[in-house]
Design a protein around this ligand. Structure first.
Ligand code: PHE
Length: 341
């Protein structure tokens, strides 16, 4: 009978290993371990054994039962892979398999740059203030010296909201300027990160939705020197090297005088490449001294206070820092792009 038991075990193992589907496996379980199964049949014949044989047989029968039960569980798990995290008793565990990789989230390049800028400016005592993306025409344009029929509105063609008179998707983070002056008064140091919108035909350097980074500093006797040193501190913090800047006159209705700040191309170190269009300089920042009528709109006295403001494409900065040549990648949701960060 001991031999029969061993045969039964070998036979069962063979069949289990060959089983291809759960149903088949369940059938085998009934056939071997069921109440009327092969093992039970053998056990019924224990009474025919001698006193000496009985314990030996009993022990082996138990072992066979346990081994087969385990095997059934293992194969069930193989045929029906357990979901990650479940810890059912029968979970199949093969320590030689490579571990399951859990996908981890990571920060978007916009966010990476934004956090770096927030740290740089917090260290200089600036508040970080986000503002509304749906904005009144007043804060987006009028308070910034751009009256309704002013041609400067054409430079920032925007999206108007149906059924909401005088509301637009903000075209610039400058919408925050007068808002924060009203709220915090002077002196004031604040930066405004945020998403902005423009009615643009998209191409590799234009998008309808992108991110800006803006700064405003108001105090007594603020000059262009403060503006330049703040820009240099910011660029050094981002690019981890001294970066030369160049100011050209630029027109923005809410600053006087206004400047375009060009940044020495960090891709080619100013030698000339495709990113800087062979000029060695990249146009990156709009800036200037806050226009007296904007200070007045914010409730401040231009005789007493002056300030600088600057605004730039956070997206553009991320492109420079990470060498990204197409702005459309940022919001494409393309994981081949995103997973590189
Ligand atoms: N808001 C301007 C733009 O979107 C940038 C700017 C900000 C210019 C502040 C001057 C001062 O282009």
């Amino acid at each position: 009978m001991l031999n029969e038991l061993k045969k039964l075990k070998d036979q069962a193992i063979k069949e289990i290993q060959k089983s291809k589907a759960l149903d088949q496996l369940r059938g085998l379980e009934v056939k071997y371990l069921g109440r009327k199964g092969e093992l039970t049949k053998l056990l019924r014949r224990v009474k025919d054994l001698t006193i000496e044989e009985k314990p030996k047989f009993g022990q082996l029968a138990n072992e066979v039962k346990q081994e087969l039960s385990r095997l059934f569980l293992d194969f069930k798990d193989r045929l029906e892979p357990s979901t990650p995290g479940s810890s059912g008793a029968g979970e199949y565990l093969d320590l030689t398999l490579p571990g399951r990789r859990y996908l981890q989230g990571h920060l978007h390049p916009h966010t990476l740059i934004q956090y770096q800028l927030e740290e740089i400016f917090s260290n200089m005592g600036f508040l970080v203030l986000e503002g509304p993306e749906l904005e009144s025409e007043y804060y987006n344009f009028e308070s910034l010296n751009v009256p309704p029929a002013h041609p400067a509105r054409d430079i920032q063609d925007t999206f108007f909201i149906k059924d909401k008179a005088n509301q637009v998707l903000r075209t610039q983070t400058s919408n925050q300027q007068v808002r924060v002056m009203e709220k915090y008064g002077a002196p004031l140091r604040a930066v405004f990160p945020g998403r902005v919108f423009r009615n643009e035909a998209t191409d590799s350097s234009h998008e309808t939705t992108f991110y800006q980074w803006e700064g405003l500093m108001i105090d007594k006797d603020i000059s262009i020197a403060h503006l330049i040193s703040t820009m240099k501190t910011m660029l050094k913090g981002i690019f981890k090297q001294e970066v030369a800047v160049r100011l050209r006159p630029g027109y923005f209705p809410f600053v006087e005088p206004g400047f375009e700040v060009d940044v020495s191309c960090v891709i080619c170190q100013g030698k000339g490449c495709t990113v800087c269009k062979k000029s060695g300089w990249v146009e990156m920042i709009g800036s200037g001294l806050v226009h007296p009528s904007v200070l007045r709109a914010g409730g401040l006295n231009p005789e007493k206070y002056s300030g600088f403001a600057f605004g730039m494409g956070l997206t553009r900065l991320a492109m420079m820092k990470y060498g990204i040549d197409d702005i459309r990648l940022f919001l494409s949701g393309d994981l081949r792009f995103l997973n590189q960060f």
